[in-house]
Write a protein that binds this ligand. Structure first.
Ligand SMILES: Cc1cc2nc3c(=O)[nH]c(=O)nc-3n(C[C@H](O)[C@H](O)[C@H](O)COP(=O)(O)OP(=O)(O)OC[C@H]3O[C@@H](n4cnc5c(N)ncnc54)[C@H](O)[C@@H]3O)c2cc1C
Length: 436
């Protein structure tokens, strides 16, 4: 039989998080097995696993993953490249990582196989990437431009110098949840304003020392009258994680209000039937859009993983309001910034809450990468582009006429788990098969 000739393809990944590492490791395994020759070049502006390490927003590194550690870089180990690929990926598994650290594997099992802290997860990513011999480019991608049928990638290196990568790429993968998409804050004359006591789901973790400095001043008459010590807007994982941090850091008996689209935080646990929808990719496609949305929302909106809800349940003075924020106004009262948050509650009545600390945990901008592409299709609607995302998590014609661009963070129509850590092995298979 004639030997198959592998054609070398090159893929750029913007962001050095778990998706990038899963892709880099899988290409290493496929190349060793002579199944595919794809080079993955990772561009990372800070460090590998920066979003999980602590100190760079999103986490303090001390939070635990919500999902199981066994949902690692190769999960669900049902590769479309076959069992040899799965066996190869086991060399980069969470267990292998622990075995590489003295006593760590038995300690993890003895302690009940808990999900790792974010910081440890970042170590795992760095270990796997190093083991795969992949050398990332450290720089902030500033532009991704079509060049013939390929992409050219521009970035700013650590010294702030603009560089164009010497190679052209057959495809680009955009990763990361994007920056926080904060609600607008106005002054009493309707102009955009800021307030040092407002935090969001990203900068809360970067500004922990500011939060910590505010906590002892809460409730002090010197700082004026407030309806509530802390108001958190949002009812998802980010809101719960910030709340859990506050409760563990001196706010257990402080007045905390959460405004969310539901007045209840439901508990998310590992369930066979939900998990099966993540790992059985074909079943997802048979659901109607309405069922997909219902499933997705039920798992993401107003739902908090059991590990976090345990901490949150300990709050002594917590109220959850069903409502939507209409406006946030900041004005000076007796030399002090006063925040007024107008909320329309579920029953259509309006209330105004004046918190001391405000945390806007409403979400992130997962389309953050659009400004990087000067040739982004003008006039194409995001909903149309995302509804027609292809099986390889890529934008497709007729809306898309540029080279391959994969957006796993926006791929809920293709599968429920490709945006998260649920099936990193499935996500990497999907993207890489476009380059076979
Ligand atoms: C705090 C938090 C906890 C989460 N926990 C879980 C969980 O437990 N389980 C789960 O399934 N899902 C979780 N998610 C949701 C989701 O899984 C993650 O957001 C997602 O997997 C992140 O992985 P990633 O590889 O896409 O990106 P990230 O790990 O976020 O990496 C993106 C990287 O891109 C870099 N970057 C950004 N812009 C540029 C640029 N212009 N040039 C170069 N580099 C750039 C950043 O520095 C960052 O390192 C969590 C999300 C958050 C925010």
């Amino acid at each position: 039989m004639a030997k198959q000739v592998l054609v070398r393809k090159r893929v750029a990944v913007v962001g050095g998080g778990p998706k990038a590492v899963a892709l880099a490791v899988k290409t290493k395994v496929l190349k060793a097995l002579k199944l595919q020759d794809t080079e993955v070049v990772i561009f990372e502006k800070k460090s590998i696993g920066a979003a999980w390490e602590g100190g760079d927003g999103y986490s303090d590194g001390e939070q635990r993953l919500c999902t199981l550690a066994e949902r690692d870089l190769g999960f669900p180990y049902k590769s479309l490249y076959g069992r040899t690929a799965d066996a190869g990926m086991l060399n980069y598994s969470w267990q292998q990582f622990l075995v590489s650290r003295a006593q760590a594997y038995s300690a993890w099992v003895d302690a009940g196989r808990k999900p790792p802290k974010h910081k440890m997860f970042a170590h795992y990513l760095r270990w796997a990437l190093k083991r795969a011999g992949n050398n990332p480019v450290f720089g902030k991608v500033t532009q991704v431009q079509q060049s013939g049928g390929q992409w050219s990638v521009e970035y700013e290196d650590a010294a702030g110098t603009r560089q164009t990568h010497a190679d052209l790429f057959d495809g680009v993968v955009m990763t990361g949840p994007g920056p926080a998409k904060p609600l607008q804050v106005l002054d009493d004359a309707g102009r955009p304003a800021t307030c040092s006591r407002i935090f969001n789901g990203e900068d809360f973790w970067r500004r922990l020392s500011e939060v910590a400095a505010l906590i002892p001043t809460m409730g002090s008459p010197t700082f004026g009258q407030f309806d509530t010590d802390i108001l958190i807007i949002g009812g998802g994982g980010t809101a719960a994680a910030t709340l859990a941090w506050l409760l563990s850091n001196g706010c257990m008996s402080h007045a905390v209000q959460v405004v969310a689209t539901r007045a209840v935080l439901h508990t998310r646990v590992d369930s066979l039937f939900e998990n099966k929808l993540f790992s059985e990719e074909d079943t997802w496609k048979t659901l109607s859009s309405a069922s997909q949305d219902e499933f997705f929302n039920r798992l993401n909106r107003g739902v908090v993983w059991a590990t976090v809800i345990d901490k949150v349940s300990a709050a002594e003075n917590l109220a959850i309001r069903d409502g939507k924020v209409d406006s946030i106004v900041v004005k000076a009262v007796n030399g002090q910034e006063q925040l007024s948050v107008t909320v329309t509650q579920g029953n259509a009545t309006q209330i105004v809450i004046q918190p001391y600390i405000l945390i806007d945990a409403t979400g992130f901008d997962s389309r953050w990468f659009k400004p990087l592409l000067p040739q982004w299709p003008a006039g194409a609607r995001d909903q149309d582009l995302e509804a027609s995302l292809g099986d390889e998590l890529q934008y497709v014609a007729p809306h898309w006429k540029l080279p391959l661009l994969h957006a796993p963070m926006l791929s809920k129509r293709v599968g429920p788990g490709f945006a998260s850590l649920m099936v990193l092995g499935g996500m990497s298979d999907r993207i890489l098969r476009a380059y076979r």
